[in-house]
Design a protein around this ligand. Structure first.
Ligand SMILES: [Zn+2]
Length: 137
């Protein structure tokens, strides 16, 4: 008797499959290249010369068992999201990346935690962010 062993799906197949993203945080979805560029512009004290440098500081691996440690990364990305045009850019790039990965529906969560009410947070967000929920037809 022989067992049927399937090959794992290829990356091309996984990319081509339609997907849904129901829980994405904008402040956890910055491109590495955008982190590098904005960190330099904002003068953050990190040496992000390469994408690997950003990964080493901003990417949490699956061995992380502390929510506090996990959320520390957002302290960095939130420092890069202080201007309307930067938030707009990051939201656009997230939608662009989702489109490339054949994500058909993407629901992005508000930026960071705040003591402000959701309504006042939303009122302060640029219109591009308020419409970041994305449908690919
Ligand atoms: Zn969440």
């Amino acid at each position: 008797m022989s067992a049927h062993v399937s090959a794992p799906p290829s990356l091309d197949l996984l990319r081509a499959l339609p997907k849904t993203d129901l829980h994405v945080h904008l402040d956890g979805s910055l491109r590495l290249s955008t982190v590098r560029e904005l960190a330099a512009r904002y003068g953050l004290p990190y040496d992000f010369a390469t994408d690997e440098d950003v990964r080493a500081v901003c990417q949490v691996d699956d061995k992380c068992d502390s929510l506090v440690d996990y959320l520390k990364v957002f302290d960095i990305t939130l420092q890069l999201m202080q201007r309307r045009e930067d938030i707009t850019r990051i939201a656009f790039e997230l939608a662009e990346d989702a489109h490339r990965e054949n994500v058909r529906y993407n629901s992005t969560k508000p930026i960071g935690a705040s003591s402000k009410s959701r309504a006042s947070q939303k009122a302060e967000m640029p219109p591009s962010y308020q419409h970041v929920t994305y449908w690919k037809r």
